[in-house]
Write a protein that binds this ligand. Structure first.
Ligand code: ACO
Ligand code: LMR
Length: 263
């Protein structure tokens, strides 16, 4: 019989060897024929499962609403400064992407993990918040620079509305909302932010579509921050093109906006 040579790479999500590429065994012609969307492709290539339409539509909504949040946020700012330094599109994009992390756009996985763990262990929202405070940690998924209880985040409202109509359960989101009710008693900008909203609703979504060990695996992989990265890339590319189109000159920060505290 044949002796199989040990391979250097194992891959389980796609295959390009035949007449057409396969996404988790599904030929791209079928993807087109069945009018699958980007949410379906993400579910096949990231989560290795064909998810129901209500779930893939929610993933698509996350991508739509988080695509851009203006020129002032960390990512867009970096991209704009890089574009104005004359760099190429990919450098501009990467420069913006590199700001995504625990404070900006990259709190989705930790918010999801923490809200899930707390609710699964029956920890009351106020105890959850105070425990983190004692450890000197911030509550991931809570807090915003400009959004407040009075100036609510429309994105959070839209995602919540959709989930109310289509999700079999919203227990993790409801827990996150209960945490928000508690943190809002401390300060009015300690709202459930877009990361916390997407994180908690994705735990609800994943818990309806996967068994518990798979949900845990997906969260531990850090897959959910990928949604923000993918979505915000659209806005960052937009900002890079915008600056280049306008032929904006090299950016130099105004010195009168710096406190030179050198002594
Ligand atoms: N948990 C507990 N306390 C908080 C939190 C939080 N999540 N956020 C702010 N605070 C506290 C701060 O400690 C601060 O108190 P201190 O000055 O005594 O330390 C006080 O509230 C005021 O903080 P602000 O200046 O209003 O908030 P800041 O601008 O520093 O932070 C941020 C905004 C970075 C979003 C913050 O709320 C945070 O770290 N949240 C957790 C991470 C997160 O969810 N990031 C995603 C945001 S959404 C997005 O980027 C797309
Ligand atoms: C964003 O989507 O970039 C934000 O919510 C962060 C911000 O400060 O607006």
């Amino acid at each position: 019989g044949h002796i199989r040579k040990a391979t250097h790479i194992v891959s389980t999500i796609s295959d390009d060897r035949g007449e057409e590429p396969l996404y988790l065994g599904i030929p791209i012609s079928k993807v087109i024929e069945e009018q699958m969307g980007i949410g379906d492709i993400i579910s096949l290539l990231w989560f290795k499962k064909k998810l129901p339409r209500w779930a893939t539509k929610f993933i698509e909504m996350c991508l739509l609403v988080a695509a851009d949040h203006g020129p002032c946020v960390s990512g867009a700012h970096n991209t704009i400064v890089t574009a104005r330094a004359g760099k190429d599109l990919i450098s501009c994009l990467c420069s913006g992407l590199l700001t995504i992390g625990p404070r900006f756009g990259g709190a989705i996985d930790d918010a999801a993990i923490n809200f899930k763990k707390a609710l699964d262990n029956g920890i009351a929202p106020d105890v959850f918040v105070e425990d983190l405070k004692r450890q000197g940690r911030r509550v991931e998924g809570i807090g915003h620079r400009i959004k407040t209880a009075e100036n609510q985040d429309k994105r959070v409202e839209l995602l919540c509305q959709y989930a109310k109509q289509h999700f079999p359960s919203m227990k993790y989101f409801n827990y996150a909302r209960a945490v928000e009710s508690y943190t809002l008693q401390k300060a009015n900008n300690l709202v459930l932010n877009i990361d916390g909203c997407i994180g908690s609703l994705l735990v609800d979504l994943l818990s309806s579509c996967f068994h518990e060990p798979q949900v845990k695996e997906i969260l531990e992989l850090g897959a959910l921050n990928g949604l923000f990265v993918l979505s915000r890339s659209i806005g960052l590319i937009g900002h890079a093109l915008d600056q280049k189109r306008m032929k904006q000159p090299l950016y130099r920060h105004p010195a009168d906006d710096v406190l030179y505290a050198t002594e």
